[in-house]
Design a protein around this ligand. Structure first.
Ligand code: URP
Ligand code: ZN
Ligand code: ZN
Length: 459
């Protein structure tokens, strides 16, 4: 039966008005005032916002990393995503240096096909780039709908890529019209800093930030942008944590480099004092790039408001405190890096971005839905409320007030990085291609139902 969403405030980057939304099957068929239709299920959206389904452009679910594996599976992570209003995720496929790209793609895709409840796509990390891998990368673009790759300048000896290979990969990316997403921190500098700190007896999580200060990230961004300038590749800098890094990216953009900048929720809401908490509590907040001084949050919000930063993801990377984070009790370098947040992102951005006056609602929708769809080749099927778009819709209650708590989490991870923080707003109803999949901040319905989104080269 058709669905009519009545009386809500429809907010997209190009529209902010009271309107009804009519859905037939998996698609939106009409948006306008006073729509009516016989034999229709009506959802009353009065007093609510009506947003396009949110897209998280940066999540980790299946993640073999630092001697362990992230604790979510696709079912738990995607239920968490839907509960929080995210209807599409782009997961990082992170194979090891020995793994063939094609085998890695199949492994991740099979896991997601089996369990994912929301729609999904992938960025494929290029860690190995020999002749076989080069051919497989080409084949994955033409045959499997992979249109974005990931490189790590960090994580020496585990995931990082040599400059010679990075250059060649970026030339190939330009030729194929695909985008390179990049974790920008100088791996060699971090390695040297980590060794120095450990030799001095600095073992706790509070030393993580000191081992990779802002200049290490800024240097990584500058390096990537120089290669983009030389090769003509389009690049997307993930989880940018500080103004110094943004400045390099924008300088490159001003020189004509095609560079997009992403922020992630932890850097916008948390600061490095969280990683300095006693009794190893700080380990819950060890991620890379690290949480910074609180003043950086203001800089990041300003960059979002003025369009320098164009997307907000989560970098959801769930490692349990018990049994995983505590692998690093004797040395911060052994703490699995990552903070969970796939469920909390939209409510965090609404509370600490919109309600705090840093950004407006249209910007929130743009950076959390429309821009990820545009940059990664899913627009206007995703990221828009218009006839012909997928009926991925979030009916959002801005008046809900509460606190973030682990008890509400659909993720399997054993803590919340946002425990006890004020929360304003909640998804009242979430639709994925015309199906109600979450209500009042909880996933409803069964497992599965997510669909792989193959993508085409974007430029
Ligand atoms: O600390 C982080 N960000 N963990 C996940 C892996 C990555 O670098 O994105
Ligand atoms: Zn990263
Ligand atoms: Zn990440």
């Amino acid at each position: 039966m058709a669905i009519l969403i009545k009386g809500g405030r429809v907010v997209t980057p190009d529209r902010d008005e009271m309107a009804d939304v009519l859905i037939e099957g998996e698609e939106i068929v009409a948006v306008g005032a006073d729509l009516s239709c016989p034999d229709v299920d009506v959802i009353d959206a009065s007093g609510k916002y009506v947003f396009p389904g949110f897209i998280d452009p940066h999540v980790h679910i299946h993640l073999p990393f630092m001697g362990t594996n992230a604790i979510d599976d696709h079912e738990s992570a995607s239920k968490a995503a839907l509960a929080g209003g995210t209807t599409t995720i782009i997961e990082m496929i992170c194979p090891g240096p020995e793994d063939e790209p094609r085998v890695a793609f199949q492994e991740w895709k099979e896991l997601a096909d089996a369990g994912c409840c929301c729609d999904f796509s992938f960025h494929l990390a290029v860690v190995r780039f020999d002749e076989l891998s080069k051919q497989q990368v080409r084949d994955l673009v033409s045959e499997a709908g992979v249109a974005s790759f990931k490189v790590f300048l960090a994580y020496k000896g585990a995931l990082d890529i040599a400059d010679e290979q990075l250059f060649e990969l970026m030339e190939m990316a330009r030729e194929l019209g695909v985008i390179i997403t990049a974790h920008c921190e100088n791996a060699e500098a971090i390695d040297a800093m980590q060794k120095q700190l450990l030799e001095r007896g600095c073992f706790g999580p509070e030393y993580h930030e000191k081992s990779r200060p802002r200049c290490v990230e800024a240097d990584g961004v500058n390096h990537l942008c120089a290669f983009a300038e030389l090769t003509g590749a389009h690049v997307y800098i993930v989880h940018t944590s500080c103004q110094a890094a943004v400045v390099h990216a924008i300088a490159a953009r001003d020189r004509g480099v095609h560079v997009f900048v992403e922020a992630v929720a932890p850097h916008l809401v948390l600061d490095k004092t969280h990683a300095e908490q006693h009794d190893f509590e700080g380990a819950k907040f060890v991620m890379s790039p690290p949480l910074r001084d609180a003043e950086e949050q203001g800089h990041l919000w300003e960059s979002i408001a003025c369009g320098e930063i164009v997307t907000i993801g989560t970098d959801h990377a769930p490692f349990n405190f018990d049994g995983q984070k505590d692998m690093g009790r004797d040395a911060f370098t052994q703490i699995p890096n990552g903070i969970p947040g796939i469920q909390e992102r939209i409510d965090l951005i609404h509370t600490y971005g919109v309600c705090a006056g840093h950004i407006n609602l249209q910007t929130m929708v743009d950076v959390c839905s429309t821009q990820p769809a545009r940059i990664f080749g899913m627009y206007p099927k995703k990221g828009q409320i218009a006839p012909g778009s997928d009926a991925d819709v979030v009916i959002y209650d801005p008046d809900f007030e509460g606190v973030f708590t682990h008890a509400d989490s659909e993720s399997r991870v054993d803590y919340s990085g946002y425990e006890g923080k004020i929360r304003k707003g909640r998804s009242a109803v979430v639709l994925l291609r015309g199906r109600v999949v979450a209500q009042n901040g909880q996933h409803v319905g069964g497992a599965g139902g997510g669909r792989y989104i193959p993508r085409k080269p974007s430029h």
